[in-house]
Write a protein that binds this ligand. Structure first.
Ligand code: S3P
Length: 169
């Protein structure tokens, strides 16, 4: 059996991709981003939402998540990937890290965002609604939690790496 992946979950803008990339480097592991696989196979996420809606995106995303988890190493999931029940059951076999971020911090991270779910007059308000609606799911799935609102990104990466190494020792 392949080793469990370290899977980063959490709301949009929590830093899953940027932290995941650095974490993989520290651990000497591969890094896979589920959104990256979606784009590789189907083109821009904005276009997918525009053409097929969120439902179609979730079907495509599910296949990308299965591929990403199968690769092992460090995996970053799109914020809504946990909405799929098959993904939630798959995560039981992996080590799941929830990244959180405060509303104060998210505002600057979302400036100019092209994420389809955050379009409109009030991206931060939309972000809050979406994050709130998933909070319970994230909490149930998480084996560990790290907040990315403040501090150096490398310190957060090192803290996650220390947790992961403790888990396997
Ligand atoms: C989404 C999050 C995005 C991307 C898509 C939908 C969501 O990924 O998958 O825009 O539903 O939370 P990030 O969490 O990497 O922004």
């Amino acid at each position: 059996m392949t080793a469990p992946a370290i899977v980063l979950i959490g709301p949009m803008g929590a830093g899953k991709s940027s932290i995941g990339k650095k974490l993989a480097r520290v651990l000497g592991a591969t890094f896979t981003d589920s959104d990256g696989l979606v784009v590789r196979d189907h083109g821009p996420i904005e276009r997918l939402f525009a053409e097929g809606g969120e439902e179609r995106f979730r079907e495509i995303e599910r296949l990308a998540v299965a591929e990403a988890l199968g690769r092992g190493g460090v995996v970053a999931l799109g914020g809504g990937a946990v909405l799929h029940p098959d993904t939630r059951s798959d995560l039981a076999a992996h080590r799941v890290v929830l990244l959180t971020v405060s509303e104060q911090t998210i505002a600057s991270r979302l400036a100019g965002t092209t994420r389809p779910l955050l379009q409109g007059d009030d991206p931060v308000g939309r972000w809050r609604e979406v994050a709130e609606s998933r909070r319970e799911l994230y909490d149930q799935l998480a084996d560990a939690r790290f907040d990315t609102s403040t501090g150096r990104i490398q310190d957060i990466v090192d803290a996650i790496a220390a947790w992961a190494q403790e888990e396997t020792s």
